[in-house]
Design a protein around this ligand. Structure first.
Ligand code: HEC
Length: 155
């Protein structure tokens, strides 16, 4: 029983890793982008960022994006990703199933997460890719600002 209790404690220490460090000296270090990703984003985007998190079921109307698909992800600028992570998919004319994190994470954390996503996709922003994907969805780049932010995309 004691062993069970101890291992439970160890497990919760691992789970709480990004939020608190019991026994650590001084103020807790700021979590790394990877720790934040594995804490806040894993449920949908999966541990590897391939979109295969536990929430990715047939019931979800829009699949969490595969963040490792460089061809797809090249359409998003750092600014796009920052807006989406900060204010949610709805703010970028994407699905509101992608939640807003601006009240949970600091601007620094979000900046680091964008850099982490760039590592996952191994891609750089390609304006041509953005244009191509917007065309495919029947939206031209100049219109993207004016679109209803809460509108569901058909994807
Ligand atoms: C509840 C599920 C869910 C969680 C949790 C979640 N996402 Fe998403 N995310 C989505 C979905 C769904 C999309 C695709 C939206 C679309 O294509 O319409 C998406 C899209 C994205 C995109 C691509 C769109 C863009 O404009 O850049 C990025 C980057 C992203 N998420 C990052 C994150 C990060 C970082 C976290 C954790 C802080 C996170 N997501 C947590 C569901 C989620």
């Amino acid at each position: 029983m004691k062993i069970f209790g101890l291992s439970l404690l160890a497990a919760s220490a691992i789970l709480l890793g990004p939020m608190s460090r019991p026994g650590a000296q001084g103020p807790p270090a700021r979590p790394t982008a990877e720790q934040n990703f594995l804490w806040y984003c894993i449920q949908c985007h999966g541990p590897r960022g391939d979109g295969k998190g536990v929430n990715n079921t047939a019931k979800l109307p829009v699949s969490p994006r595969n963040l490792t698909d460089g061809r797809d992800m090249a359409q998003f600028s750092d600014e796009d990703m920052t807006r989406t992570i900060n204010r949610g998919g709805g703010a970028s004319d994407l699905s509101p199933i992608m939640p807003p994190w601006g009240n949970t994470l600091s601007a620094e954390d979000i900046r680091d997460l964008v850099a982490h996503v760039r590592k996952l996709c191994q891609c750089q922003f390609d304006p041509k890719a953005k244009e191509r994907f917007l065309r495919e969805q029947g939206k031209m780049p100049a219109q993207s600002q004016a679109l209803d932010p809460m509108k569901e995309t058909s994807r």
